[in-house]
Ligand binder design. Sequence first.
Ligand SMILES: Nc1ncnc2c1ncn2[C@@H]1O[C@H](COP(=O)(O)OP(=O)(O)OP(=O)(O)O)[C@@H](O)[C@H]1O
Length: 247
Amino acid sequence: MDTAIEVRDLVVERRGRRVLDGISCAVPRGAVTGLLGPSGSGKTTLMRAVVGVQLIRSGTVTVLGHPAGSAPLRRKLGYLTQAPSVYADLTVRENARYFASLHGLSRADADAAVTDVGLAGAATQLVGTLSGGQRSRASLACAILGRPEVLVLDEPTVGQDPVLRTDLWERFHALAAAGTTLLISSHVMDEAGRCDRLLLIREGRLVADDTPAAVRAAAGTDDLDEAFLRIIRDRERAGAEKGTVRS
Ligand SMILES: Nc1ncnc2c1ncn2[C@@H]1O[C@H](COP(=O)(O)OP(=O)(O)OP(=O)(O)O)[C@@H](O)[C@H]1O
């Protein structure tokens, strides 16, 4: 496997509480990897560590062979945060063109990104007047327009209707087919099946790192929601048995 992101023994504490507890995983290049887990399980924290904006307690995070957050990665990594990061007093197009200019890209590149996220019809609308889902797509346009080698997208499909979600997933796969590495978080299990690989995280620990097919097979169910529950139950049972042996 050609690895784009490598995480080793990552421990993160926030306000004195351990929120990532020794995570190790590898994210393959040119594929869509889903980061799935319940609310508060540590998905955003892991993504922040990959982007290099999270203070870490120990461990290493390497992206395209460089330490996370280091200068060579600045132009190579795009990050979509959960909170839209576009200017409310500019139109969708003005935002995209502004971010394109920062990357030395053309207006045509900016307009293409706006079209890619399905916002061509709202290009001249002020971001402050968009719906939540549209605003999130305006942010997404700005994250993808530099054609970064690695895209870290924190819940990019929240608030989108089913048709748009399908369009966005098709776009993600088209980007991966063109060589982009995508790490995408979601807590919606029906999106897990759309990923090439899955990282399942719970309470700051990785509970699965495999393809959706292998996760289904290991858990003995086609339903990924159920598979996730079974994996957790099995781990808890194994942990309890270990505890019994020790005592
Ligand atoms: N700024 C912060 N200060 C202290 N603790 C934080 C901070 N941000 C998050 N946490 C805690 O870290 C843990 C992991 O949070 P994180 O945002 O990474 O989870 P998540 O899986 O992305 O959740 P969600 O799906 O709800 O976005 C949670 O217990 C959360 O309360």
